[in-house]
Ligand binder design. Structure first.
Ligand code: SF4
Length: 182
């Protein structure tokens, strides 16, 4: 069995841009592959955890019940949990719907928008579809989050610095110049 620390990543209510930023560490991805094993992650397409993880990186906030269950699962399996990017930290673009009642959002999307063809007037309600929450929650309002890396998406160098610091047992100290708040 591998002695390497394990890393998990997930995209909740996000656009995968933060995962693209992880891949933006360029050739350092090879060094990362030497340092860690990827556990549950879209990067290797593992859908479930296979063991305890040293670090979990979470992109996106919680917009539905499945997001909540997945985030709680990450908290249970990861020693350190990082909110990666503005959607995880404050809800981001998906949280723009927080100012509008959920019913109005659904009606706009499925009944009233220009170009919508829905003669039955049915808003999708299949039990297989995760139930939407009444608003979008940032991750720290659902579980304890240990670190935050801001940006939309965060710079790859900031992600790299944070991962390496944690793997080396150092506190995460990100240089202000390397952080983005947009
Ligand atoms: S923070 Fe930006 S890049 Fe990351 S998931 Fe949200 S919208 Fe996408």
């Amino acid at each position: 069995m591998s002695a390497k620390p394990r890393i998990a990543t997930v995209s909740l209510a996000g656009c995968f841009g933060c995962h693209m930023a992880i891949l933006d560490i360029d050739e350092r991805i090879l060094r990362l592959a030497d340092l860690v094993e990827f556990d549950r992650s879209p990067i290797n397409d593992y859908k479930t955890f296979t063991g305890r993880c040293a670090v979990g990186l979470v992109e996106g906030g919680c917009c539905n019940e499945e997001n909540v269950h997945v985030l709680e699962d990450f908290r249970r399996h990861c020693d350190v949990l990082i909110s990666l990017g503005d959607c995880a930290i404050n809800g981001g673009v998906p949280a723009m719907r927080n100012h509008v009642p959920l019913r109005e959002c659904l009606e706009e999307a499925y009944l009233k928008s220009p170009g919508v063809y829905n003669p039955g007037g049915v808003i999708p309600n299949d039990p297989e579809i995760p139930l939407l929450l009444h608003r979008v929650y940032p991750c720290h309002e659902v579980v304890k989050i240990d670190y935050y890396i801001p940006g939309c998406p965060p710079p790859a160098d900031a992600i790299w610095s944070a991962i390496v610091a944690l793997l080396e047992g150092r506190p995460v100290e990100l240089a202000y110049a390397g952080l983005k708040y947009d």
